[in-house]
Design a protein. Structure first.
Length: 99
């Protein structure tokens, strides 16, 4: 163990250690909280989009389900080729399985 000749040097070293440890722990805590907040915002946005798509699912007489979107949703959901991207087909499948 290191021997200090004065009480001032002990206090200074302990303060440096405390500040370094606090900096590390605060950095980790803030990073975790930022990640948590980002995930919550993303999940809320995806839930809102999934609900808006679910309102436009139509069950056909033959048992199939079609998606008839208004023009404003088509712009935000459909790809430039007119196809539904993979994430939306997965969300649609999840919504259909809940009904």
């Amino acid at each position: 163990m290191i021997r200090f000749k004065s009480i001032i040097s002990r206090i200074v070293i302990l303060h440096v250690i405390a500040v370094a440890l606090t900096s590390i722990l605060m950095s980790l805590a803030l990073s975790w909280l930022l990640n948590l907040a980002t995930n919550n915002i993303h999940n809320a946005a995806m839930q809102e989009q999934a609900e808006s798509v679910a309102h436009h699912l139509i069950s056909q007489a033959d048992g199939t389900i079609s998606l008839e979107l208004p023009p404003d949703l088509q712009v935000s959901i459909l790809s430039p080729t007119g196809d539904i991207p993979m994430r939306w087909s997965m969300i649609t499948a999840m919504l259909c399985s809940r009904r």
